[in-house]
Design a binder for this molecule. Structure first.
Ligand SMILES: [Ca+2]
Length: 159
């Protein structure tokens, strides 16, 4: 709870008996909206199959209890750490999520992978939040057409 301090200036001698009590009603607006922030790299979360990329995540307000974030992925990607923990102490410290794009045998071109973040907590506000999703853009190297070199005939002429 914020503390307020009222400073009452001392009056001149003889005026100290005229102390007026002023009541002030303070309306404090809390601008911290509970949620989970997902911070992808500049340009978005893009990954070539077989390689990794990272993003960061943190809570957007201080929880009253531990908040557990469970990450679920589709069959295109995996994450190195599927469970993250945010406490009332570390809630705003971004945690790194490493995503691996699976190199499957399918020729898929550019496609997507989906990561869903589900929050559980004894904090009723965080327990009531809907899951948050992040989409990764995946590139399949087998979809890249091999470069075709074109050789032009070399014609030599003599003067
Ligand atoms: Ca593939």
């Amino acid at each position: 709870m914020p503390k307020c301090r009222f400073i009452i200036p001392k009056g001149r001698p003889g005026e100290q008996g005229n102390l007026v009590l002023i009541l002030a009603l303070l309306h404090i607006v809390d601008n911290d909206i509970p949620g989970l922030a997902l911070i992808p790299p500049d340009g978005g979360l893009t990954i070539r199959e077989g390689l990794t990329n990272t993003y960061h995540t943190a809570l957007t307000s201080q929880p009253t209890h531990l908040v557990t974030v469970t990450l679920a992925t589709d069959d295109q990607i995996t994450v190195a750490s599927p469970v993250l923990y945010f406490t009332p102490i570390n809630w705003q410290q971004p945690q790194t999520v490493t995503v691996v794009a699976l190199d499957d045998a399918l020729t898929e071109g550019t496609h997507i992978g989906l990561i869903t973040h589900t929050l559980t907590s004894l904090d009723p506000i965080y327990a009531g939040l809907e899951p948050v999703s992040l989409t990764a853009t995946l590139f399949d190297p087998s979809s890249i057409k091999p470069q075709t070199d074109i050789y032009l005939p070399l014609i030599l002429t003599s003067p």
